[in-house]
Design a binder for this molecule. Sequence first.
Ligand SMILES: [Fe+2]
Ligand SMILES: [Fe+2]
Length: 315
Amino acid sequence: MQQEAYFRIRLSTIRPSKATSFDIYLNINGQMVHYLKAGDKLSELKIETLHNRDTGNSFFVLTEQKQAYRDWVKEEMNSDDLNPFEKSKILRESSVALMEDLFENPDVHKALDESRPIIKNFIDFMEQAPEAMGYMISLSGHDFYTYNHSLDVSIYSLGLGSVLSYGRADLEELGVGSLFHDIGKRNVALDILCKKGGLDDHEWEQMKRHPQYGLMILNENPKISDAIKAACFEHHESFSGNGYPQGIVGQEIHPFARIVAITDTYDALTTQRSYNLPMKPIDAVTMMRDKLAGRYDPDFLKAMYSVLFKLKAAA
Ligand SMILES: [Fe+2]
Ligand SMILES: [Fe+2]
């Protein structure tokens, strides 16, 4: 399949009553079949029968129509016909599809530029509907772990940033930085990334290099701010100083990296993975406060309780 020619979409981002502004293709055994013309509507019946076949790898749009798809999502976000929960679903699912593109695109500069509209959509929507954060988190799909993880960390970080009264410009930087915090994992072998159970010493060494790899990737782009680089390079530093790769302490660690350190662990603890059961939100933060004491900025960790409160409001 000519991957660069198409990008994946989720059928759940398309509602039957609205005509699309782009063509939709169905992937049948590696062959792209033209499925819906721009300007046509999906029927309820088609949606029902095909939803079950939407493995996340079935429906595609031409890359040259990406802007049309994005504009269409944006329009849906401003539509009066949809409630915040439906909007959250569209935003989340459309972002996951675009994430694949971001992480697999060899052109990181372009990927970074393209992530900005996603982050702006998140911030707009979270401002518009206070329950949005909780809704978007609860909608993690079944995609490759790193995409969902990066999106979740980005959403939690925006939540934490807004509790900490960050302004719009800082939130945007924080959103992009947290979206790309694990970008260095592109350079770690896939069998290490996907290995179930523990890593041996050599594998762990490789894994622990991802902040450096990430910095190298981001350094290639002169437009990337130091704050975004810090969110990536310093997110495994520990407030008490025994983190990696530099072992820096407390306020030496960039605030964005101190935020991502919290939201990154929080997401790992509360997400279902093959070898552990997810923790309850309150238990995860309490464990980070007690058992993992010293690793995180205590003031930011305290603010995380307010983020939980917001999440609960959506439940
Ligand atoms: Fe990481
Ligand atoms: Fe991470």
